[in-house]
Design a protein around this ligand. Structure first.
Ligand code: GLU
Length: 290
């Protein structure tokens, strides 16, 4: 099997040491496997993406010594592809419009009979308020309204014997490794009805990532452990849309001295800052133990 992996940053802030680790690890693996390292710009959130950060991504990665085929795939240029996939899921009756805002969800999820709200990969697990409100039978998919996936129905329709799985070559946050299986009940109770089309975006992270990994022929997804839990959503979407499931390698997260995961706002650990201070790419490798 040819080996193709990718680094998929969002141009919403400076790349930091955690991004450097992820990108260099993926590039190193591709080199050692005689495979390909791809770059993908995840810029579906146009309210936060900035050309300045995209340019900085190219500059930082080049400085680190990485290279990739061009032109790079930019998600903002693929909205039509995402919309087609939404049409497919809509025509199967698997999506429904949702008008709840964060406050509504928090209030419904913490109603006395519900107990403490449960959290999934996207925050509070949606309590299902809009699930049976609107008709799903209209021919036209509603535009400009967030759409949620009916998780129970989706899982029922594609998981053979009610279970799905993927191969984990790295480790999840709790040491999960090897063949990771999950079932319909787990999807319903620990993930729930995720949003597949967000207002103003026409897609969502989960939908775009599933479609783009397939479109780019990605055989190995290498990314941080923070996305391990979301992988079940991606595997389910692959099954729903007839896409192959790649193998996954979730890696450790780079943390600050207090043990906190680095975030985009951790400008202090921005690659550009280290570079300005005279660090070399080898210094960066040493800092992340690579
Ligand atoms: N765009 C995501 C991020 O910047 C990464 C997505 C992925 O690797 O699947 O965190």
């Amino acid at each position: 099997m040819t080996f193709t992996t990718r680094f998929a940053p969002s141009p919403t802030g400076p790349l930091h040491l955690g991004h450097a680790y992820s990108a260099m690890l993926a590039s190193d693996k591709a080199a050692s496997e005689g495979g390909t390292f791809l770059l993908r710009i995840e810029d579906i959130d146009q309210s936060r993406a900035r050309p300045k950060w995209e340019d900085q991504i190219y500059a930082d990665l080049e400085w680190l010594g990485l290279s990739w085929p061009t032109p790079v795939l930019r998600q903002s240029e693929r909205i039509q592809i995402y919309e087609q996939a939404l049409d497919t899921l809509w025509s199967k009756g698997l999506l429904y419009p949702c008008t709840c805002n964060r406050k509504d969800i928090a209030a419904a999820a913490s109603a006395p009979q519900e107990g403490a709200p449960l959290h999934g990969p996207d925050g509070i697990i949606y309590p299902g308020t809009c699930r049976h409100k609107a008709s799903r039978n209209s021919v036209e998919r509603p535009k400009d309204t967030p759409l949620r996936l009916d998780m129970a129905m989706a899982a029922q329709s594609v998981l053979p014997h009610g279970t799905g799985s993927f191969l984990e070559l790295g480790t999840g946050p709790n040491g999960e490794t090897g063949r990771i299986s999950f079932d319909k009940t787990e999807l319903e109770t620990t993930i729930g009805d995720v949003v597949l089309s967000r207002r103003g975006m026409g897609t969502s992270y989960h939908l775009s990532v599933a479609l783009d990994d397939a479109a780019q022929g990605v055989t190995h997804v290498i990314r941080g452990q923070d996305l391990f839990e979301a992988t079940r959503i991606h595997v389910l979407l692959q099954a729903l849309l007839g896409l192959p499931t790649p193998e996954y390698l979730h890696h450790r997260l780079i943390r600050d001295p207090n043990g906190k995961r680095l975030a985009k706002r951790d400008d202090a650990r921005a690659i550009a800052k280290y570079r300005d201070e005279g660090a070399t790419p080898q210094d960066i490798r040493a800092m992340v133990n690579l």
